[in-house]
Design a protein around this ligand. Sequence first.
Ligand SMILES: [Zn+2]
Length: 299
Amino acid sequence: MSFSSEVKEELIKSIPHERHCRISELTALLAFSGKRVGSSIFVYKNTETAAALRKCFTLLSKTFNINTEILGTGIDNNRPFIEFSRDPAGMSDVLDAIAKEAPIYLLENDCCKRAYLRGAFISAGFVNDPGKAYHLEFVCQDEASAEMIKELLYDFDIEAKSVARRKYFVVYVKDADTIQDVLNVIDAHKALMELVGARIVKDVRNNLNRRNNCDVSNMAKAVTAASKQIDDIILIRDTGGLESLDEPLREIAELRLEHPESSLTELGTMLDPPVGKSGVNHRLRKIGEYARKIGSGKS
Ligand SMILES: [Zn+2]
């Protein structure tokens, strides 16, 4: 599986808790993979469609209790599409509600901006394999959508560029740090860790003369540990929510998610008051124990 598909798989699996985020993500999925025609939705067929379609179905079902199905396929403006809906009346109301509510959420909530960018990435995003040149993009149908993506990214201090490519407008970022920032904003934490790991390998290869095998194995260990911590934190977030943790644990969990590449010492200095490496390690171990309890259903 390509790295891009891995990112999408990860994003499809995570379902936002809040209705506002679900609606924002749904809006982007619909806007970037198809269009509304009356009470039906047309999703254009391309390699990314299956992913977008799956998430649309899940979000519609979980948010509105509407179980959509594929009605058929056809051609619109020379482009093949899949049409889906269930009962026309119910679907129409849902689509009206989404169209009315989403713009308000997008103006007000950071969580909803993230959700929108996530939906847009599932529908129209692409990221190079971490071993190759660094490149992440959103392929937009029109200039207005491209501007919107740029503005939303800018709200998270990410400066993306855009360029017209054939009939599309492409918003892109081209350096590893910025790509990490985008993956972080759209909540692709596992993919982010993979990128961090690949960067370390690359970095080590480039500096082979200055480093020895011991450094490499220590760094590999640190990345594996951070990956595991992030898995645990995501598990807690997606079950009881991070609020279920005591304040000191919640703080470090949030920091770890925001700074997957930071060392324990660095994380410690971000706390107020600062905490040493062993203190951070202690808290992360407690989070690990808590996650294991949830995992085995004892919580
Ligand atoms: Zn939200």
